[in-house]
Write a protein that binds this ligand. Structure first.
Ligand SMILES: NC(=O)c1ncn([C@@H]2O[C@H](COP(=O)(O)O)[C@@H](O)[C@H]2O)c1NC=O
Length: 510
């Protein structure tokens, strides 16, 4: 007689599984809670403790960790030696293992869970059985997901064997599942007991949310994954109210836009193209912020992603509906705004708490054969502005310098940004030299650069960009400082009457 061991926390479908396995002729072994559910439903089963002759003990911490169980799963059917040994030890074979694990993730995510609750929900016996069965997939069927019960029951009921390839796929699913489970545990423990960095290894736990239509380009396959233990309010935590599925580039741009709009407490609008801002503005209300962000670069915003940090009202919606936008993301949309925007078939409308701070931890980049991991480039709390020129910036200039600086660090390096009155006027992103970045930003700002401020994400190696800024009419500059040529740069500013502040902090973004 074939034997099945069933031990599940998620009892969905277990009665049906038990009934149908019993009907096929399986003898069923199961652990306490599962046994009771099966028994109540009239499924004939034997408790594991009866089979092992050893009681479940230590509050269920030890139930199935016994040679009778693991020998029955792991012994090779094609090995005479193993079979003789099993016979000598009185161990009977177990041919099917259906196990799902203690709800570790759900326990971590429950706000009321204590550390003790979380630790108690680290399953030990379950993964051990799953791994034993998966290792012996040639002879043992292993089920770690109720969604797979049907696909195994059907052929068994027809009296068909399940191919070794199918068994291997079920085993693979187990090893992915237990690795993911352990990675979540390691990640939780690391956050709790070693928040400051890494040990000798890193295992990341992610869930595949969905395959994407394609990647950055149509010939690239792509997937969207989310942290297995996601923090609430992350940019991946959006709700989609309208529009088609998001693309790879959409998700990437969405993340950039959301990170930028979170910089502001005042009503703000951020328009993004290819992860760089093309128009950013704050205003006394949302509609004025959006109109200013739009007018900052009415060409680039076409097909862009716009993030806002207030509920979208009808007026703002009407303004936005004049331009083709790929995505609008905001904390909420009024009914009237939705009515206006939903009329546009191709726009995607998303909500997420862009009006709340979100503390991301690590930034991960893939390089060939490895990863680079760094802390997120947050502004250090102790960053202070130091005036280094004869002329001190005016209050208005200081406000604009801070505005420009807060966005400049989100622009790809080398980055130069020109701004005035809480609006970006020119953005020079991703250039291989700073002069080129300054030229782009100043050219885009044009006449409006007069009296505006300029931010640079890293120091000026020469005074050439200051000369270009002066020629365009820039009134004040913000930059980290720290070049061997700082004196020349300061001297140039003094010569042109430009006020300059150093931040002492660099914000490369590659
Ligand atoms: N310790 C053990 O020997 C053990 N054996 C099985 N479990 C888990 O116990 C759960 C089922 O328990 P019950 O049938 O009592 O509801 C399953 O999630 C299974 O993974 C165990 N528990 C956790 O470590």
């Amino acid at each position: 007689m074939r034997r099945a061991l069933i031990s599940v926390s998620d009892k969905h479908g277990v009665v049906e599984l038990g009934k149908r396995l019993a009907a096929i002729g399986f003898e069923i072994l199961s652990t306490g809670g599962t046994y009771r559910v099966l028994e109540e439903a009239g499924v004939d089963a034997t408790e594991v403790s009866e089979a092992t002759g050893f009681p479940e003990c230590f509050d269920g911490r030890v139930k199935t960790l016994h040679p009778t169980v693991h020998g029955g799963i792991l012994a090779r059917r094609d090995s005479e030696k193993h079979q003789e040994e099993a016979a000598k030890l009185g161990i009977e074979m177990i041919d099917l293992v259906a196990v799902n694990l203690y709800p570790f993730r759900q326990t971590v995510q429950k706000p009321e869970s204590t550390l003790e609750d979380i630790i108690e929900n680290i399953d030990i016996g379950g993964p051990t059985m799953l791994r034993s069965a998966a290792k012996n997939y040639h002879d043992v069927l292993v089920l770690c997901d109720p969604a797979d019960y049907e696909a195994v029951l059907e052929p068994l009921e027809r009296g068909e064997a399940i191919s070794v390839e199918e068994r291997a796929k079920l085993a693979l699913k187990v090893f992915e599942h237990t690795a993911h489970y352990d990675a979540m545990i390691a990640s939780f423990m690391a956050k709790t007991f070693r928040p400051e960095g890494f040990g000798r290894t890193l295992s990341l736990a992610y869930d595949v949310v969905q395959p994407l239509r394609y990647g950055e380009n149509p010939h690239q396959k792509a997937w969207f994954l989310r942290d297995a233990l996601p923090a609430q309010g992350a940019s991946t935590d959006f709700k989609q109210l309208h529009g088609k599925e998001l693309s790879f580039n959409n998700l990437n741009d969405l993340d950039a836009a959301v990170r930028m709009v979170r910089e502001f407490e005042a009503p703000a609008a951020v328009a993004v193209k290819h992860t760089n801002p093309c128009g950013v503005a704050t205003g006394s209300d949302l509609v004025s912020a959006y109109v200013k962000a739009h007018d900052a670069d009415p060409v680039s915003i076409f097909g862009g992603i716009v993030a806002l940090n207030r509920e979208v009202d009808r007026e703002t919606a009407l303004e936005m509906s004049k331009t083709f936008l790929e995505i609008i993301v905001a904390p909420a949309f009024s009914e009237a705004a939705l009515e206006v925007l939903k009329a546009k078939k191709n726009i995607r409308l998303l909500t997420l708490p862009t009006d709340q701070a979100f503390e991301d931890d690590y930034d991960i980049k893939r390089i060939e054969g490895g990863l680079l991991i760094q802390q997120v480039d947050a502004e250090p709390a102790d960053m202070a502005l130091k005036v280094v020129t004869d002329r001190v910036p005016t209050e208005d200039e200081l406000r604009d310098l801070r505005f420009a600086w807060s966005i400049c660090r989100h622009v790809k390096s080398n980055a130069i940004l020109v701004a005035k009155d809480g609006v970006t006027l020119g953005v020079g992103p991703g250039q291989t030299n700073r002069v080129g970045a300054a030229e782009i930003a100043l050219k885009q700002a044009g006449e409006e650069a007069k009296g505006a401020v300029l931010a640079s994400d890293a120091f000026f190696p020469f005074a050439d960009s200051v000369e270009s800024a002066a020629a365009a009419g820039i009134a004040a500059i913000i930059q980290p400082g720290g070049s061997v040529k700082d004196d020349e740069v300061i001297e140039a500013c003094n010569k042109f009457g430009i006020a300059m502040v150093f931040t002492g902090v660099r914000h490369f973004k590659h």
